[in-house]
Design a binder for this molecule. Structure first.
Ligand code: SF4
Length: 482
């Protein structure tokens, strides 16, 4: 049996700005508290100290890792927590020098002493490591977690064994599914054998863990959150937090493109967008606007959906909304099919390479998201299975080597604009694939996944979410406090 990753593991409801540095540590802290409660009872906890290693230490302040860990220790759920109250809750911990563990037990917690950013230390398994040192009576226990990208976490036990990736949706676990695939050749094999499109192959596998009737509504719910994020981003103006003084742009762009059109709700807003026409420049501006909106929300600790990560959360929604508003298609299940196919591509990259920028740079985030969106769009527009895989290959091929060099350690520059590039490249890749004969292509998706991984291995650590190279050092701003 092989590891099974669900579409709902690729698209997780999250809080910005980072899936590896915010969502993962948040879930790790929450898991740790659950384990402590089961093993000892919360009332036995005397103190908790948090150690952040590697990339989590280097860019954790800008990425909100400290905030996320504290929210997790409080037992808050990233899916349901009121994001408008996060700043208040963190301020209260700092002022009172105490934290309400799992919203039940108050213990002393002085952030400067109990949340340590160990910038020069690494744990060997993964650059995003965190440990919880917990005092229970006279004994200290150590809980070690790794945030391996996209909100997936792994746990290390006292013997040093690493667990499978765990998420809040379900454990990524050994599961027999009807169409097991570890690479694109295997996925294509099932498509050819069954005649099913990729979205249907993924749906059949999904039925192993939930009723078929639940899949489409659950994906519609994911889309509602993505769409709400775009809408909120297009209707929020001002400056992003973190100290870089970055101005939001989606608000002004939305207003300019609508040219005075009025609306009172989301449906009217979408109709107004459609009425602006299908000129190339108009569509280009709207796709950019959608992507900017998501990632401005992400940068301001808003609610987003990993796709496959938070930093790249704007690409898939921007391309899906483009498909809904501007493309010619009569597909009734546009949302669920799009997300199912996109998830298949994300799974291929997660299994064959990485979706963690700390392991592979931005090619692992924006590159993967662009490949996911390109494939999903191609299938939606009538491409066959080979063209669908080809679109993913094209999109990644032109993100190979992309570094992660966030200015000030914040997920703002170049991240926000980079989502617009990923979205536009995805559309170009889909169009190219639709006009091509994949049997004549020299580069397969599996070859480009392998190349991405080899490039990740060759890439200097300076370009792996450490803010120690690239743009991050051309614009010499101290790592921002959040
Ligand atoms: S540069 Fe890319 S990988 Fe790095 S934080 Fe920004 S979006 Fe994520």
């Amino acid at each position: 049996m092989e590891k099974f990753i669900s579409v709902f593991d690729m698209f997780k409801i999250s809080v910005g700005p980072s899936s590896s540095h915010t969502l993962g540590p948040w879930l790790a802290a929450k898991k740790c508290i659950q384990k402590l409660e089961q093993a000892f009872g919360l009332d036995k906890i005397i103190s908790i100290q948090v150690l952040l290693y590697g990339s989590l230490a280097k860019t954790g302040k800008g990425h909100g890792t400290d905030m996320a860990v504290m929210m997790g220790l409080m037992g808050e759920d990233p899916i349901s927590t009121n994001t408008d109250l996060i700043a208040e809750k963190i301020a209260s911990i700092k002022t009172n020098k105490s934290i309400l563990v799992n919203n039940k037990l108050n213990i002393p917690f002085i952030v400067e002493q109990d949340m340590l950013f160990l910038r020069d230390q690494l744990l060997p398994h993964h650059p995003n490591a965190l440990q919880f040192l917990v005092q229970i009576g006279s004994k200290q226990y150590t809980y070690t977690y790794y945030s391996i990208g996209g909100g997936f976490i792994e746990e290390q036990n006292e013997a040093g064994d690493i667990s499978s990736s765990i998420t809040d949706n379900h454990n990524v676990k050994d599961l027999e599914v009807p169409f097991q695939f570890n690479n694109s050749d295997e996925l294509l094999h099932w498509c050819i054998k069954t005649g099913l499109p990729i979205c249907e192959i993924v749906k059949e596998n999904e039925k192993t863990i939930r009723e078929e009737i639940q899949v489409a509504p659950a994906l519609e719910h994911i889309w509602e959150i993505m769409l709400a994020c775009i809408y909120k981003g297009c209707h929020t103006e001002g400056e992003l937090p973190g100290g870089l003084f970055v101005q939001r742009r989606a608000f002004a762009l939305n207003k300019k493109l609508l040219n005075g059109a009025t609306y009172t709700n989301m449906n009217e807003w979408m109709a107004a967008i459609q009425s602006t026409g299908k000129s190339f420049s108009n569509i280009l501006d709207w796709v950019s606007c959608f992507a900017l909106a998501v990632n401005e929300q992400n940068a301001s600790f808003g609610r987003v959906v990993t796709a496959p990560t938070n930093g790249a959360a704007g690409v898939v929604p921007a391309v899906l909304l483009y498909a809904i508003l501007f493309s010619e298609n009569n597909n009734k299940e546009i949302v669920s099919n799009f997300l199912l196919t996109a998830s298949a591509i994300g799974i291929l990259f997660k299994n064959g390479a990485t979706i963690s920028a700390a392991m592979g740079g931005c090619q692992a985030e924006i590159g993967v998201s662009s490949a996911m969106a390109a494939a999903a769009l191609t299938e939606l527009l009538g491409g066959n299975q080979k063209q669908t895989l080809m679109a993913a290959e094209i999109a990644m091929e032109h993100h190979l080597g992309l570094t992660c060099d966030p200015v000030g350690g914040l997920v703002q520059i170049p991240c926000i604009e980079r989502n617009t590039m990923g979205a536009i490249k995805a559309i170009t890749a889909a169009q190219l694939a639709l006009q091509s004969k994949p049997d004549f292509a020299l580069v397969s998706l599996d070859k480009v996944i392998k190349t991405m991984w080899n490039t990740a291995l060759d890439m200097s650590v300076k370009y792996k979410e450490t803010a120690e190279g690239g743009l991050a050092i051309q614009i010499p701003i101290g790592l921002a406090e959040c």
